[in-house]
Ligand binder design. Sequence first.
Ligand SMILES: NC(=O)c1ccc[n+]([C@@H]2O[C@H](COP(=O)([O-])OP(=O)(O)OC[C@H]3O[C@@H](n4cnc5c(N)ncnc54)[C@H](OP(=O)(O)O)[C@@H]3O)[C@@H](O)[C@H]2O)c1
Length: 321
Amino acid sequence: MLIKRIAILGGSGFVGRSLCNRLSEEGYELKVLTRNREYNRNDLILLPKLHLIEADIHDIEQLSFQLSDCDAAINLIGILNEKGNSGKGFHKAHVEVAQNLLTACKENGIRRILQMSALNADAENGKSHYLKSKGEAEDLLHDNDDGIHVTSFRPSVIFGREDSFFNRFAKLLKLTPAIFPLACHNSQFAPVFVLDVVEIMVCSLMDPKSYGKRFQLCGPKAYTLKELVEYTAKVLGLKRKIIPLNDMISRIQAAMFDFIPGKPFSTDNYLSAQTDSVCDENDLAVYDIDPKTVESIVPTYLTYSSYRSHYTDYRSEARRN
Ligand SMILES: NC(=O)c1ccc[n+]([C@@H]2O[C@H](COP(=O)([O-])OP(=O)(O)OC[C@H]3O[C@@H](n4cnc5c(N)ncnc54)[C@H](OP(=O)(O)O)[C@@H]3O)[C@@H](O)[C@H]2O)c1
């Protein structure tokens, strides 16, 4: 199968930007579909042979038209929270987008899809709307009868310079004076580095052995959430006492945060965290990718952003903002 031009859905996000960089290095022509071109211009438009195109991927005609000159598609669309709690938002972003993508690929004779899923995604037994809908999207794509070869990627939490995990806890820790209450403190994660995730996607793209596979992606070590938050505070040089909340209080906190705009934590997040996000087997090994440790990468960007924020403080003190 010859792949020259790839359509990327969700390519403007955290993982997408790294993936576009890497695919661009490999010489692929990329078509990144976004809901808002102006907002998502960032560094992407500087990449050679990358076209950033505004399109409504929920509109099957628009999606099919955009895919008409592509040889493969990569779906990175994902949300962690929805408006309300019915699951409709997750279904739309994960399942309906996958269905539209499948239809558009079929219409255009595209025979290769890479699907970004999540560890513990499971249409039947997923504990949250997030995990159920991710599982449903995966199954829908893998079960196609149209000869479209699908590979799914199921990472634990992903870290890297612009992640929303360590950076978010860093922000919260800085805002909290001395004591930091933590819900779901015992949930386990095996954070995986974004460039390792991107590498396995690039390796799989043209490899027939990856067809039909659902790769689990983890870092080399698992930690409890409490350990990860304590580590974040340590890297930032902040003295904070992390107070673990018991299960009932965690649940109540999630239910209260459901009503805060932007949902920093939600009932659905709480339910996802009831299953440890760790791999039975780390499939990065399939392509001899040696996963980077949290300790070797996270300080390089957390301390950098901490330096930048001090810089902003100094400018503000000097009334230069
Ligand atoms: N980051 C992690 O720790 C992690 C862990 C496991 C799995 N994943 C999965 O990896 C994928 C990429 O994650 P990420 O961290 O890069 O996410 P991200 O930064 O939020 O990017 C996702 C992109 O999807 C598009 N998008 C979001 N909501 C949408 C909607 N309702 N309709 C259409 N487009 C929408 C956005 O693109 P536009 O604004 O340009 O339209 C956004 O840039 C997701 O599928 C996520 O579930 C991530």
